[in-house]
Design a protein around this ligand. Structure first.
Ligand code: SPV
Ligand code: MN
Length: 622
């Protein structure tokens, strides 16, 4: 080798591990790994290839080190994160911005040199006494235009094990890679306690050096903070997609069955707790992805692929009735990592699983019994609300067969779903791509869910449900979406859904399962099989088209009263929503495209015209 990195690598890597690294013939990679080794100072380095032996080794080591504990069911393990490490941490996740460079002000950031010095200081010597695991993975299907190679150096076998389930193994891809860019992550759990849990939560930092496509993460283990390929890479991907003219979205992908056995693909963006996973997993349909989708126009057609190959899903409320498919995976033998659930006698328990939970067991706080309080005197729940499961998508009986398709799948529809108790109807279709992107995507609101009695949800905009990750100016991101639609010969239809519309008494106007009917209606719209009514906010379903769908999909009748209650246009509430959305874009989005305000202004005019018929206009009167 004879290069600067040679001495470092030779000191820590044995011949076999060094050989696996050198055969990749990638200077940038060797430099990156050597830098991580020199910085973190592990005792040994394990360079993983894609062999079953390696995959099995990281799986076994996760248990041997104590980061995961085997459960009674074969293949099941549990991992606990610290009490202050139960979710993505916005506060300490920052972009490293070089001095003098313009970067969106709304995003959490730190001057690059100062930030690098801080996080590298925290990583210095952090892996002493441990093994550094070097993992090669790929975002998107292997060997495709969607593929993005990634390397992660971590001292957590739990993180390494999780990546086996969530991504495509990429060692062979790196062999094929001659030069080319790749994403890099260095992660260390930092100091750990006797349960192998990160102990210095106050020193938790996740910094994104977007100029070098490198992520640094330390003193944390929660998947969303440590698995570089998840939301951290999404931030880098959005920048890359911006440069290259495609889109990286925070969306699920699903196949919806239509008449004659046809299958139509949809993508969907929902802020958390707005029905994203339950839509993606509707029984009878196929699931292609639950979190991150890439869109490209190939030969004039919009195509989509899942960046991931597994699910890091919220387990709260998963029950056999509403979520039969995933419930099946979580209760049968097979590879599942549970995190932050309650464990009693080798069995996992979570909130909302149905039935009584044990009164004691082990959870993220250690030994737990009902009534246990945290340092602030607040009761610790049996399991965390953000407790999760990690599984391969293929474990699901309805995993779509096109998951690994190198050209992705043709995308026919995009849906945006918020939590809106007051204004938007349960389902509607944008008048065109621009209207859908603007009136549904860029207007996506979710209500904060306060448990406090009498306190109503405060609407908060989460633009396309991706706002946290948009590492380019927000207005540019909206513009990219608008322009992207123009590149396709036939852009997908855009739908807005809202599963949370309430009546005057505050009751939900819809049942939990009604979403399946809306999805089937969208499928029919894509193929022009049903007509629709032109409402001020979009095309809405006709009553007579929904009746057979309710009967066929849910086996239940659908009354005209329900239809009128759900699809009445609420003019004042819609005007108020428009005002909030406009204010957001005027004040928070410096470079909002002018067309956005035009489309919103047209929507206002349509609502004002409609107001001649009254404040609340029945769909039967439109
Ligand atoms: C989300 O919070 O949107 C997730 C989980 O999908 S995380 O990996 O934490 O981002
Ligand atoms: Mn997500």
């Amino acid at each position: 080798m004879g290069k600067a990195y040679e001495a470092v690598l030779k000191e820590k890597l044995d011949a076999a591990n060094l050989g696996r690294l050198k055969v990749l013939r990638n200077e940038a990679l060797l430099t990156f790994v050597a830098d991580a080794v020199a910085l973190c100072d592990p005792d040994t380095v394990l360079v993983c290839d894609d062999s079953e032996k390696m995959v099995d080794l990281t799986r076994r080591k996760a248990v041997e080190t104590g980061e995961e504990i085997p459960l009674a069911t074969s293949g099941h393990t549990v991992h606990f994160d610290g009490i202050l490490d139960q979710g993505r941490d916005r506060e300490v996740t920052k972009y490293l911005v070089p001095e003098g460079e313009s970067f969106p002000k709304a995003l959490n950031q730190v001057e690059r040199e100062a930030g690098l010095a801080e996080i590298r200081g925290l990583l210095k010597g952090a892996m002493r006494g441990r093994t550094m695991i070097v993992r090669f993975l790929v975002l998107g299907p292997l060997g495709s235009v969607f593929s993005i190679p990634c390397v992660e150096c971590t001292d957590s076998f739990y993180v390494s094990h999780s990546m086996n389930l969530l991504y495509r193994l990429g060692y062979e891809e790196f062999k094929r890679l001659s030069g080319g860019d790749f994403f890099k992550t260095v992660h260390s759990s930092g100091r750990v306690d006797e349960r192998r849990i990160s102990a210095d939560a106050d020193k938790k930092r996740i910094y994104i050096d977007y100029g070098t496509d490198t992520v640094y993460s330390v003193n944390t283990q929660y998947g969303g903070n440590t698995i570089g390929l998840k939301k951290l890479a999404l931030r880098l991907t959005i920048r890359r997609a911006d440069r290259e003219g495609w889109l990286a979205e925070h969306m699920f992908l699903m196949g919806v069955r239509g008449p004659g056995g046809r299958k139509t693909y949809f993508a969907g963006a929902f802020p958390s707790a707005c029905g994203k996973t339950s839509t993606a997993m509707l029984p009878g349909e196929t699931i292609l992805g639950d979190d991150i989708a890439y869109f490209r126009v190939l030969a004039g057609e919009m195509r989509a692929a899942n960046a991931e190959a597994g699910i890091f899903g919220i387990i709260q409320n998963v029950n056999p009735k509403d979520d039969p498919l995933i419930h099946d995976v979580l209760t049968k033998p097979g590879e599942v990592i549970f995190s932050n659930v309650l464990v009693k006698d080798g069995r996992p328990y979570w909130l909302g699983m149905g039935g009584e939970l044990p009164k004691e067991g082990e959870n993220f706080s250690g030994a737990w019994r009902e009534g246990k309080k945290d340092d602030g005197g607040k009761p610790i729940p049996a399991a965390h609300k953000n407790a999760r499961y990690t599984v391969r998508l293929e474990a699901l009986a309805n995993c779509d067969p096109e998951l690994e398709s190198v050209r992705g799948v043709p995308l026919s529809g995009v849906m945006y779903g918020g939590r809106d108790g007051h204004a938007y109807v349960p389902v509607q279709q944008g008048f065109d791509w621009d209207h859908g992107i603007i009136a549904y995507g860029a207007s996506l609101e979710t209500e904060t869910t306060f448990a406090t009695v009498g306190r109503e949800g405060v609407p908060e905009i989460n633009l396309m449900s991706i706002q946290d990750f948009v590492a380019i100016p927000l207005g540019k991101y909206v513009r990219n979406n608008l322009e992207f639609g123009r590149k396709a010969k036939k852009p997908p239809l855009v739908f807005g859904v809202n599963y949370f519309l309430r009546d005057k008494a505050g009751k939900f106007t819809n049942g939990v399962r009604d979403k399946h009917v809306w999805v089937k209606w969208m499928e029919l719209r894509v193929h022009g099989d049903v007509d629709a009514i032109r409402a001020p906010t979009g095309w809405i379903p006709k009553y007579e088209d929904l009746v057979p769908l309710f009967r066929e999909v849910l086996g239940q009748p659908y009354s005209r009263e329900d239809y009128v209650r759900q699809f009445t246009i609420r003019v004042p509430e819609n005007l108020a929503k428009l005002q909030r959305v406009e204010r957001f874009h005027r004040t928070q989005v410096a470079d909002a495209p002018p067309v956005l305000f035009e489309v919103l202004a047209e929507q206002r005019r349509r609502l004002e015209v409609c107001a001649a018929k009254g404040d609340y206009v029945s769909p039967l009167d439109l």
